[in-house]
Design a protein around this ligand. Structure first.
Ligand code: HAM
Length: 425
């Protein structure tokens, strides 16, 4: 009977060992930059109560309407695979009482997978990974600016170029309401020309119409009032301060009054970063302020702001831009032997080198010398150590540099020291 091959689900990617060092590089920088800006790591579950996302991200958002993976577990609990990190992080900091003290300030970051049912294409997957940060407890513009600076600093350290940062503000509750009314008044006479989805949005969530890429919606939005024109005095002052801080930190940006983002929790400053070389899915990251979410999820009223960076897109953009990523793979030493006695010797040497922190491997399948050296070459070994009867008799090993072909005889008790010296070069 022919066995049907099982393939990875549509819209998912496998990370194979050859690609791993790129991921280690960007994830390493994410940990480092977070430490430098004084953010602590948080890890939250890959699934949460469905209610969390419905309440947190918003019932009327496209995300909750059509992109979440909802299921019931065997105990009848309604669960949702995490589509993004902000709601889960807020749930966790509330649940563990990190915000209980008046004036608490909490700064967290996370790296992990998110699951969204979006139409897959290059740069858009059913599972993607984000590096994100969330800062709770500070309502001042300085906190928005710190988040944006951290994000741009991260990209710079990764070697990403050709970046465009767009910022906007939807303002406080009062501003949002006023802007919503302005937009409805502007778009209602054009209702019939909007797409079917946007006709629904006009009643439920009119701001999202500005985010539609459909030509009929884009045409209808031409000349629409800008969010910035509706800002209250306080929101305007906050936004101007964010812009001034970015300017003084020499972070290039443009104000884009048409920028809206997909979640209902956003309240004030919003931003998105795009990178050259990505085609249509060019957003490498985005974030914003969400001053009502913590209270909405049952915590004490706490202002908050954060961002998420898509790591698949970051790596695609680095590749498209021809960035040279450092290869963090350790240099490998390969042991080869003639005969069974030498094999026993090499098994001991293998353990010794590994104990000394040296990446080492050898053939375990009993191949001849030619096969062993082929395996060493396939594994990209930097050095081989060859041992046969002569070496055993004189208590030495033959050490060969794969790149230069240079071969030296090294006394057995000096092997670890010699390799440490060669590998540190
Ligand atoms: P988001 O804009 O939905 O924001 O996602 C952040 C980034 O994740 C995007 O800019 C993109 O690079 C990447 N991304 C999103 N969806 C996909 C996908 N289907 N495939 C590949 N990459 C994707 C958030 O998730 C917010 N939680 C960010 C935030 C944190 N706002 C405040 N705090």
């Amino acid at each position: 009977m022919a066995v049907m091959k099982i393939q990875a689900p549509k819209g998912t990617l496998d990370l194979l060992p050859a690609e791993a060092s790129k991921w280690h590089f960007v994830e390493g920088l994410a940990h480092e930059i977070s430490a430098i800006y004084h953010y602590g790591e948080i890890r939250t579950p890959i699934f949460e109560s469905t209610d969390l996302f419905h309440r947190g991200v918003g019932e009327t958002s496209d995300m909750v309407r059509k992109e979440t993976y909802d299921f019931e577990d065997r105990g009848g609990r309604k669960l949702t695979l995490r589509p993004e990190g902000t709601a889960g992080a807020a749930r966790a900091v509330i649940e563990h009482g990190l915000l209980d003290q008046q004036g608490s300030r909490v700064k967290v970051y996370y790296i992990g997978p998110n699951v969204r049912y979006e139409r897959p294409q290059k740069g858009r997957y059913h599972i993607h990974h984000q590096f994100g940060i969330e800062a709770y407890g500070v309502s001042e513009a300085e906190q928005d600016a710190e988040c944006i600076q951290l994000q741009m600093d991260f990209y710079r350290r990764c070697g990403l170029k050709d970046l465009a940062l767009r910022v906007n503000s939807l303002g406080d509750r009062e501003t949002k309401q006023k802007y919503r009314e302005m937009l409805v008044a502007f778009l209602s006479p054009k209702r019939a020309s909007l797409s079917e989805d946007s006709q629904r949005r006009l009643d439920e969530n009119p701001l999202r119409i500005l985010d539609s890429k459909l030509p009929e919606d884009v045409a209808a939005c031409e000349g629409a009032p800008s969010a910035i024109s509706a800002l209250s005095e306080a929101s305007r002052a906050h936004f101007e301060r964010v812009c001034a801080l970015l300017t003084s930190a020499q972070v290039p940006f443009t104000v884009d009054s048409t920028l809206v983002r997909g979640f209902d929790y956003y309240t004030g400053t919003l931003w998105e970063v795009t990178a050259g070389g990505l085609g249509s899915q060019a957003a490498v990251g985005g974030g914003g302020r969400y001053d009502n979410l913590v209270e909405h999820l049952g915590g004490r009223p706490t202002p908050a702001v954060g961002f998420g960076c898509g790591l698949e897109r970051l790596l695609l953009a680095l590749e498209a831009q021809g960035a040279a990523l450092p290869n963090s793979d350790r240099k490998l030493v390969w042991l080869a032997q003639h005969g069974d006695v030498a094999k026993e010797h090499n098994l001991k040497l293998l353990a010794e080198l590994r104990a000394a922190g040296i990446a080492t491997d050898m053939d375990l399948a009993g191949r001849g010398m030619k096969g062993q050296l082929k395996a060493a070459s396939n594994a990209n070994a930097a050095f081989t150590i060859v041992v046969g009867d002569d070496e055993l008799a004189t208590n030495v090993v033959q050490l060969k540099n794969f790149a230069t072909g240079e071969q030296t005889s090294v006394p057995r008790d000096q092997v670890v020291g010699k390799l440490h010296e060669l590998l540190s070069r």
